[in-house]
Design a binder for this molecule. Structure first.
Ligand SMILES: Cc1cc2nc3c(=O)[nH]c(=O)nc-3n(C[C@H](O)[C@H](O)[C@H](O)COP(=O)(O)O)c2cc1C
Length: 211
């Protein structure tokens, strides 16, 4: 497993010396639910296992349950302190995996709030989407997130992983009862994410994104 260690404050102004085509892609996994008693950590543990098992990534995590950003966009000292923890993990990422449940046919407000508190950090980067929920497996949340990330100049990768009736897909110890199909789907999705991560890294090394 590779772990993010050295975090430059702003990748837009300080390209990493390791930004070569062979260096691992720095990916931040965003855990998108903060509900008391949430199921999210079970899916997140499985997902982190898949990302860490993939050779192409250096992994960091932002969990929306670890902070409490207001929806008022007021830059108070408390908010500034929280963003000092969160923002570098987004800014230094070259790619994202966003884990979302489905709430009322969309994704949680806390996830939207995290997205909206940032702008440049998402720009010209690939985003892979993993979802869970009831019958739909969170697919409607995923399609809504594609629209949001398009506005932010991020590109969502085509393939996803979705857990339909997620609560019954995992056993009491947090392991998938039938891991084969989700593991294959995760490999396909993460391969696409790595390709986009490297492709956009190389493109940005040649010319800054100007959209
Ligand atoms: C407010 C709310 C709305 C929900 N709406 C949907 C829905 O529209 N479609 C669906 O498949 N599941 C829905 N669910 C079920 C959740 O996707 C499921 O409980 C999931 O585990 C929630 O993620 P969390 O446990 O990490 O908060 C909803 C759950 C909540 C709490």
């Amino acid at each position: 497993m590779k772990t993010a260690t050295d975090t430059p404050t702003d990748v837009r102004t300080a390209p990493s010396a390791a930004s070569t085509s062979s260096a691992p892609v720095r990916v931040t996994v965003v855990v998108g639910s903060n509900r008391t008693g949430r199921f999210g950590p079970v899916v997140a543990e499985w997902l982190l296992g898949r990302v860490r098992a993939h050779d192409d990534f250096e992994v960091d995590v932002v969990d929306v349950a670890d902070f409490d950003l207001p929806t008022t966009f007021a830059p108070t000292p408390e908010v500034t302190a929280q963003l000092a923890e969160i923002t570098p993990k987004l800014a230094t990422a070259e790619a994202f995996v966003v884990l979302t449940p489905e709430y009322n046919h969309s994704y949680p407000a806390a996830l939207k709030n995290l997205i909206d508190w940032h702008y440049h950090e998402w720009r010209a980067k690939p985003v892979a989407l993993v979802s869970y929920g009831g019958l739909s497996g969170g697919l409607r949340a995923v399609e809504h997130l594609r629209q949001v990330f398009a506005e932010l100049h991020a590109t969502t990768v085509r393939d996803t992983v979705s857990f339909h009736h997620a609560h019954t897909s995992f056993d009491d110890t947090g392991h998938l009862k039938e891991p084969s199909a989700p593991t294959t789907a995760a490999k396909v999705m993460l391969d696409q994410l790595a390709w986009w991560g490297r492709a956009l890294r190389e493109a940005k090394e040649k010319r800054p994104y100007g959209g």
